[in-house]
Write a protein of this length. Structure first.
Lengths: 111, 150
């Protein structure tokens, strides 16, 4: 079964910053309040809709998506099979998968 | 005469198409340079200044429209592929500690500032060289390449 989350509608049109201390809609909060519950709740694929915001900073994206591996214990293979990123900007999707890959590599190096 | 007219008309259309493409590439490159300047100003300013807040919002939305423009250019000119350079540019401009409350301003000559300019340059150069390759190829060679690729 496919479920979907929309960052602009379900979180904010103005995502900004990395940590809670950086503002009201940072990557850390998006990950904890939106992405993790959606991934845990759904048994099928979760579609993450990225369109509709007034742009993303890389720091937000890294914390929200790279943090899924670093902080929440997901692994890259699970995310690849369980999460689908949807955006009219293909470079945004590429960038997010880069962060996920880099976080996975970091974890491997630490182990 | 009809064949001659067809050839002239086709060449004219091709020239017009190239002109339009060139104009959108120049507009794209100007936008990248403006974004680069805004980025440099952002990283040199204090995190809690009003100017930095305004610049961070503007940078994110400008990057979004630059990416959309790049996608349109890549559709019009398949020889251009600058997606990885676009990612690098966004990462250089808005990577951590972008929008962090505890960010300290960069010193002039800081590595980040050089990275931003380098990434901007790479992005505009890649688009330019992709365009030139596409134009130099000519329609017949392009058709041959597409045919062989498929």
């Amino acid at each position: 079964m496919i479920s979907s989350v929309n960052i602009a509608k379900d979180f904010s049109r103005f995502p900004a910053g990395r940590y809670k201390s950086d503002g009201p809609f940072p990557g850390e909060v998006c990950r904890r309040k939106l992405l993790v519950p959606a991934l845990n709740r759904s048994e099928g694929v979760v579609v993450v809709e990225l369109d509709g915001t007034r742009g993303y900073g890389s720091s937000f994206l890294e914390e929200a998506f790279g943090g899924l591996i670093r902080e929440e214990g997901f692994d890259e293979a699970t995310l690849k099979s369980k999460m689908q990123l949807k955006s009219s900007d293909p470079t945004l999707v590429d960038e997010i998968w880069e962060y996920i890959s880099e976080a996975q590599q970091e974890r491997r190096q630490q182990q | 005469m009809i064949v001659g007219w067809k050839i002239v008309s086709r060449d004219h259309n091709e020239r017009e198409r190239r002109k339009e493409l060139r104009a959108s590439i120049i507009a794209f490159q100007d936008r990248v340079r403006i974004c680069e300047e805004k980025g440099l100003e952002y990283w040199l300013s204090a995190a809690d200044s009003e100017r930095a807040t305004a610049l961070s919002v503007s940078l994110k939305s400008t990057l979004q429209s630059i990416a959309a423009e790049l996608a349109r250019i890549q559709v019009a000119c398949p020889g251009i592929n600058a997606n990885s350079e676009m990612v690098r540019f966004r990462r250089a401009l808005t990577g951590a500690p972008f929008e962090a409350a505890n960010r300290t301003p960069c010193q002039p000559g800081a590595e980040r500032l050089a990275d931003i300019s380098d990434a901007a340059c790479d992005l505009t150069d890649t688009v330019d060289s992709g365009y030139l390759l596409h134009i130099d190829e000519g329609p017949l060679r392009r058709w041959k390449r597409r045919f062989l690729d498929s």
